[in-house]
Design a protein around this ligand. Sequence first.
Ligand SMILES: *[C@@H]1O[C@H](CO)[C@@H](O)[C@H](O)[C@H]1NC(C)=O
Length: 298
Amino acid sequence: MVPKIIMSVVFYIFLSIQLHTSMAQTNWIRAGFYMYNQYEFPISEINFALFTHIICEYAAVNSTSYQLSLSPADEQHFPEFTHTIKQNNPSVATMLSIHINGDATYSTMVSTSSNRKSFIDSSIKIARRYGFEGLDFSWQFPATSIDMFNMGILFKEWKAAIDLEATDSSRSALILTAKVYNTPKIYSTSYPIESIQQHLDWVHFFVDYIKNDISWDRHTSTEASLYNPYDFDNADCGIREWIDGGLSANKMVLTLPFYGFAWRLENPMDNGIGAPAKVQLNLCGELLDKGNNLVLLQ
Ligand SMILES: *[C@@H]1O[C@H](CO)[C@@H](O)[C@H](O)[C@H]1NC(C)=O
């Protein structure tokens, strides 16, 4: 895990330029992630004027019940998060990100309707209980066509459950978003674009897509470049693929990582992007603190 980066690893700029609306009328989404475990940046010091949505990272999922699994710390932090934000700026929407890292729980969760129902019902209940106005789904990464297909069903059922709950409770429907890879095609399969288009409010991209390049740690690079002369894995190519696949631009939020990696150059004179270098790890084998910028070390 990356140590202590100041709040907001990422924030987003909505790409939406809707037909028939001018730029002035466009509602840009400016969302930021806030992670309790890593950042020692008090919520009350967030400059709320910068954001339309703040997403709390994250709730985990129980690998047998498929319900959200909150630690005692989560139970303390989540209400503090939503309460502080609403008190400081009621117009900023609060969302809860749900994620699992690197195991098969999501594959099994999405694979049956009863598992999906446990997950969905629990997510809505937890969101309401702690005062969140939306849910963000983060699966890093669905690997098979079956996972992708089932994820499409999950989104459909999730949205239906959210709408039903909103009607029953006479409240605004929870916002539903997901983090996706920066291109729709991964591991020879593709995200369920049609379901995303129909059922999600928007998607945003995982950052660090340089890591898709197997030699990423051996030459200086950028985290998530808009254009990249060295590689097709960049935001521009990815967004085009999503649009070609049928996702509207107004369902996409561009992700900007607010950090960089530290590198040790092989030759100090050769210090541009793509220069031979080693990414720096700390004693625990973690990526060295990156501060706010890409740091080039000699
Ligand atoms: C996960 O859910 C199961 C079944 O409800 C429960 O027995 C178990 O304690 C839960 N695990 C955690 C870590 O909460």
